[in-house]
Design a protein around this ligand. Structure first.
Ligand SMILES: [Zn+2]
Length: 455
């Protein structure tokens, strides 16, 4: 339980160093190298913390400045991501939401105009203006527009052609290709169902579109317990998240070996580093704080739903302080942005997912007080573990489109308006923590049956 959790004694944890028993492999050499770089950082931190008891600190203001400048202009190193531009928008907007940082109406309006340019005629969103639609960039664009949450933003989603696009990438067995003629993997199913839920597709549309999808996802579970991208591939944190989050939205948990999935996920938390790895025998990486960290409460939620035992949600099964130690001590660049591991440069993908992991570690026990490492100013806002957008943004979008389904002529109900708030370092905004407890009131039964989908 939260009350019994304590930050680790990092010196004692050194006994969990990797022991290669004298047999070096490429993997063990890399692992030992990463552990020693992290050991230097933890050793230095312990000395500094003896001088300054407010450590570790979240560099909120530096990250806010980094995100503000990233939304307006990116360095040329992002050129290779030209076909992922809605992703870049989403990473910045979601990271900013977690820090409770808001952008000006004018800037957000320009973002909506840009995403409209990425919308494809045949439905869905491409990676940039004029590019073919793709399920991943569609997911990123839909999430971004839901985060912005204005009527203009939500109306930028054309649900009619979006549905046509989903049908164009759907296979007869319920699996989804990432784009027409593209690769078939579990990300496709997750991106489609996540967007369909936020846009409140009708139950009949959902039933037809996702018939067979849960059974196909179940085929992607491996002997390790995690999920590969497609049947017979290696278990991987990102794909496992997509699989479990999709099943949370679709139902079908009885088709999975949930305890094997839970065991695999929990064993991806590394004993000394404190963060998570993406696959067995791989290195720690800040972004898996979310992919694996959010997977834990989702799987607990699936078990609770399958067994009708809500109390399964009452314990945290991973070391939530250890993840925060890794993120706050090892993954922050002092001039803003978060990173994969020490020595790596900051980028907006890792800034988004490492902060999302911090949010999950602090808030995944929704009925307890947040568990915050260090000063209370380190507290960030919760994120929805299934959609990874602010929980209230998910609820507002769902309500907006549900209201249109009921009354097609009244299109402006339940819109969360964005307000311009200056960036600052203050922690006051933490008290505005969004409550998502109403999620279960008027969302579909798939939302309401687990707290994992509410937090
Ligand atoms: Zn990463």
């Amino acid at each position: 339980m939260a009350s019994e959790e304590r930050p680790r004694n990092l010196a004692q944890y050194k006994r969990f160093h990797t022991n290669d028993e004298g047999r070096k492999t490429v993997t063990s050499v890399e692992q030992i190298k990463v552990e020693s770089s992290i050991e230097r950082i933890y050793d230095r931190y312990e000395q500094l913390a003896a001088l300054d008891p407010t450590l570790p600190k979240l560099y909120r203001g530096d990250h806010a400045r980094y995100l503000q400048s990233s939304l307006e202009r990116l360095s040329s190193s992002y050129e290779c991501l030209d076909s992922s531009r809605p992703w870049m928008v989403y990473w910045v907007l979601n990271a900013a939401s977690i820090l409770n940082m808001r952008f000006s109406h004018e800037l957000l309006d320009r973002v909506v105009d840009f995403l409209v340019k990425c919308r494809a005629k045949g439905g869905g969103f491409g990676g940039g203006p004029g590019q073919d639609p793709h399920l991943a960039t569609t997911y990123a664009a839909v999430n971004s527009l839901c985060i912005i949450g204005t009527e203009k933003a939500l109306e930028a989603i054309d649900r009619h052609t979006l549905k046509q696009f989903f049908w164009s990438v759907r296979e007869s067995n319920g699996a989804f290709r990432m784009h027409i003629g593209g690769e078939l993997d579990v990300r496709g199913a997750y991106c489609a169902i996540s967007s369909a839920k936020l846009c409140s597709f009708s139950p009949e549309d959902e039933r037809q579109l996702f018939e067979g999808t849960a059974a196909w996802i179940a085929e992607c579970q491996t002997y390790e317990g995690g999920f590969g991208g497609a049947p017979d591939l290696e278990a991987h944190g990102g794909y496992s998240f997509c699989a479990a989050a999709a099943i949370m939205l679709l139902g079908g948990e009885h088709k999975l070996d949930l305890y094997a999935l839970l065991r695999w996920t929990l064993n991806r938390q590394l004993a000394y580093e404190g963060g998570f790895q993406g696959r067995t025998n791989k290195l720690v990486d800040g972004c898996y704080s979310f992919w694996q960290g959010a997977l834990v409460p989702i799987v607990q939620g699936l078990i609770a739903r399958k067994e009708g035992q809500q109390h399964i949600m009452d314990v945290s099964l991973f070391n939530r302080y250890a993840v925060q130690e890794y993120i706050l001590i090892c993954c922050q660049r002092p001039n803003g942005g978060l990173i994969d591991k020490p020595g790596k440069p900051a980028d907006i993908y890792h800034t988004c997912y490492t902060l999302s992991g911090l949010a999950v570690a602090q808030h995944c026990e929704t009925h307890s007080l947040p568990l915050v490492l260090g000063d209370e100013r380190n507290e960030v806002l919760p994120t929805h573990p299934v959609h990874n957008i602010p929980p209230k943004a998910a609820l507002d979008a769902y309500r907006y489109f549900s209201a249109i389904n009921r009354h097609p002529l009244r299109r402006n109900e339940a819109i969360g308006k964005q307000h311009e708030v200056p960036m600052d370092d203050s922690s006051e905004n933490v008290s505005e923590r969004q409550s998502s407890s109403q999620m279960s009131e008027d969302s579909s039964s798939n939302y309401s049956s687990s707290r994992a989908s509410e937090s």
